[in-house]
Design a protein around this ligand. Structure first.
Ligand code: GLY
Ligand code: MN
Ligand code: MN
Length: 437
């Protein structure tokens, strides 16, 4: 059961509407995606749409109308249909949707193409996802054009705006309920990572660890994983998005696992790296502790007012220094940073917003292009990594093939931060103990 109730969605819609003088907002549900022939991927609702109304069915639309005198919310849904109920499950239908959702009006989606023209009449602004080329949006544009060409209609749509930017700015700050959903996702993800550490042994396949984690997720009622799991043994960890997960885990190798589940559509995103046989070699520990030190230092620096860009720059300085300390890079840190030498071994960013999407598409900069400052309620991952390819002969042999990332989910609070995933073991001693248990 989602912790969000109708009041939450109403407040979100009010807030969205308060940022415009007048106009019509159209938000479309996600389209089902074909997997092969006539089979589909499991359906996942569009996050912006879901954030504004909590409706989970496909083939639905949310239309918000604001004039100088009033505002109203309209949901378009698939009507209840016996045939569909038999084959694919029951839909809520128009009447029940009106009872269950706190919108002002609910209509059959099949009336949308007629009604949208009436809704747009006399409006001057349309707010849509500018990159949504669904038939719903095309229909709205067509209707706006027809109204332009209709005698007697005095006011026409004369501007189209991107509504996603407004919604995603709102999505930046998470409510208590949203944080609770994220925490629930992280709790299960913690169990799954600990399970993987406990059962890992040489000779297993990467997909076996993945299967044990998926079992934890699914047997606890999650509807989905937040992204395709990465279970990367040894040198596979040096391919950042290695989702093949079909190799054998070898003695003496590390395994990097970047896997996490959703809870009520809220994501978690966690990476841990541990030795397949439960014991770090000296070289692995040296690199691991450098990455961990960087991560702890970065997390410590997170608080309201700190710029996200500064954090990125600071993490690059720390990672560059770590590479110098390990003897992987040599030279002046300033010069190495200027030449981006560190990026060969630490190529990705320090973290990203997380929420309804694992990579929450909330803005990173303000309208002037200035980096946003952290504020209480924002959630960002912190995920430094050092990756040394097995064939990199410029690096001491003992380090070759080591790829390490450590990723936690951090909430900015009034006074600093809360590491939402602090219960997942991550020091060398904790990991070795967990692998033994
Ligand atoms: N799991 C995707 C990421 O860490 O960004
Ligand atoms: Mn991440
Ligand atoms: Mn991740």
């Amino acid at each position: 059961m989602s912790l969000m109730n109708e009041i939450h969605y109403e407040l979100r819609r009010q807030k969205l509407l308060s940022s415009l003088e007048e106009g019509v907002i159209i938000l479309a549900s996600a389209s089902p995606q074909t997997r092969s022939n006539d089979t589909e991927y499991p359906y996942r609702q569009n996050s912006d749409f879901y954030y504004m109304c909590g409706f989970r069915e496909d083939n639905s639309l949310l239309v918000l109308v604001k004039t100088k005198e009033f505002s109203k919310s309209i949901l378009f849904v698939e009507p209840y249909n016996e045939e569909h109920a038999l084959w694919n499950g029951s839909r809520l239908g128009v009447e029940k949707a009106l009872e269950a959702f706190s919108v002002d009006e609910v209509y059959d989606i099949h009336t949308y193409s007629l009604l949208i023209k009436e809704i747009l009449r006399d409006h001057i602004a349309l707010y849509i996802d500018l990159f949504d080329d669904s038939s719903w949006i095309l229909q709205a544009k067509k209707s706006a054009k027809e109204l332009h060409e209709t005698r007697g209609v005095k006011r026409h749509i004369k501007a189209m705006y991107d509504v996603t930017h407004l919604i995603r700015t709102q999505r930046l700050i998470k409510s208590h309920e949203e944080i609770s959903e994220i925490k629930k996702a992280i709790d299960l993800t913690a169990k799954a990572h600990h399970k993987a550490m406990q059962i890992s042994k040489l000779g297993m396949h990467e997909y076996e660890l993945q299967a044990h984690m998926s079992y934890v997720f699914q047997s606890n009622g999650t509807q989905a994983e937040s992204y395709g799991a990465i279970v990367a043994g040894g040198n596979n960890a040096n391919t950042l998005h290695c989702v093949d997960n079909r190799d054998i885990l070898r003695d003496g190798d590390l395994v990097l696992i970047d896997a996490a589940c959703e809870w009520e559509l809220y994501a978690s995103d966690i990476t841990r790296t541990f030795p397949v046989n439960g014991k770090f070699t000296e070289a692995q520990r040296d690199v691991y502790e450098k990455v961990l030190d960087v991560q702890l230092e970065i997390i410590k620096a997170m608080k309201p007012g700190v710029k996200r860009d500064w954090l990125q720059q600071y993490s690059e300085e720390l990672l560059c220094q770590a590479l110098i300390d390990l003897g992987i890079l040599s030279g002046e840190r300033k010069n190495l940073l200027e030449a981006n030498a560190h990026k060969k071994y630490a190529p990705h960013g320090i973290g990203h917003w997380m929420g309804l999407d694992v990579h929450d598409p909330c803005p990173y900069v303000d309208d002037e292009g200035e980096s946003l400052c952290f504020a209480s309620g924002m959630v960002m991952t912190v995920e430094p990594g050092i990756y040394i390819r097995a064939d990199d002969v410029t690096v001491e042999e003992k380090y070759r093939g080591i790829g390490i990332r450590i990723e936690d989910d951090i909430l900015i609070t009034e006074t600093g931060y809360e590491n939402l995933s602090s219960a997942i073991v991550k020091s060398v001693a904790e990991i070795e103990a967990m692998c033994k248990s």
